[in-house]
Write a protein that binds this ligand. Structure first.
Ligand code: C5P
Length: 275
């Protein structure tokens, strides 16, 4: 039996860093969405646990024992076997979930293969702060260090253009170099957005507190955000600790990626729908 689970890209539309715990992890308040652009995890029964990685972005990753998909498998059942194939389409270390999305998809696929229940959010959190939200794969307001997940008001239909300038960013370094850790959260009750322009206007008053330290490390991020705005995005920002940026477009907006691809053939670029 083969089971295939899609691992959608995770996008932090907002990311407010509101404090730091004694163990060094940061408290967040983030509006997280997912796109129909992502990796795929396929599992089949086998005696031993194994991982193969293919796909256009496979080069950025090794099937080492500490690969998050293998760690997810061992968290679920330390001694069980499965042949796992990860098809990697999202750039590695790029702020759109990648490893966490793969771990969450791996948990789903293997729980089905092995007829087990999914781990509790606290257990999933041990794989990475973004794994619980990736398990939900739905728009969520994420807080704590990633373990508190709340529903959000309905989002308008929108397309998303993801662009990575092909620079890797180290998440721990970005958090470490963040000057101010105690920033205000989003408002207590999120508004009911009327439409995409209304939502984009609201986003323009929110923040990604990791953008400044990320831009200090990789100034090209500003260029990506400007390129997305010039391409007609109603709102453009950076996801997670970068360097992937996103632009939000009305679903009937003509495709913006051909121009971007022509101007920046070296950048990674993918258009999808917000799920
Ligand atoms: O949990 P994950 O392995 O994805 O996080 C990578 C690194 O990012 C952590 O080791 C930590 O340095 C930083 N981080 C943080 N606070 C968070 C999430 C991540 O400080 N809420």
């Amino acid at each position: 039996m083969a089971i295939e689970v899609f691992a959608p890209a995770k996008i932090n539309l907002t990311l407010h860093v509101t404090g730091q715990r004694d163990d060094g992890y940061h408290l967040l308040d983030s509006l997280v969405v997912f796109a129909d652009v992502g990796d795929t995890v396929r599992v089949t029964s086998a005696d031993r646990l194994s991982l193969d990685i293919d796909g256009p972005e496979a080069g950025g990753l090794d099937a080492e024992p500490d690969n998050l998909v293998l760690r997810a498998a061992r968290l679920l059942a330390p001694d069980r076997g499965a042949a796992i194939t990860l098809t990697k389409r999202l750039p590695v270390a790029s702020g759109i979930g990648g490893g966490s999305a793969d771990a969450a998809a791996g948990l789903r696929a293997l729980a089905q293969l092995w007829d087990m229940s999914l781990p509790e959010p606290e257990q999933a959190l041990s794989l990475g702060a973004d794994v619980p939200v990736c398990l939900s794969a739905m728009p969520r307001r994420m807080s704590g260090i990633g373990e508190r997940l709340n529903p959000v008001p309905p989002l308008p239909a929108m397309d998303i253009l993801l662009v990575n300038p092909r620079v890797a960013v180290s998440t721990p370094t970005i958090f470490r170099t963040l000057a101010e850790k105690n920033n205000p959260p989003m408002e207590r009750d999120l508004p009911r957005w009327r439409d995409l322009p209304d939502f984009a206007g609201w986003l323009a008053n929110q923040r990604n507190d990791l953008a400044l330290p990320a831009i200090a490390q990789q100034p090209v991020i500003t260029e990506v955000i400007d390129a997305l705005s010039e391409a007609g995005a109603l709102f453009a920002g950076m996801s997670g600790s970068g360097a992937t940026c996103f632009g939000l477009f009305s679903p009937d907006h003509p495709p913006a990626e051909p121009v971007l691809r022509r101007r920046h053939p070296d950048w990674w670029c993918a258009r999808g729908r917000v799920l």
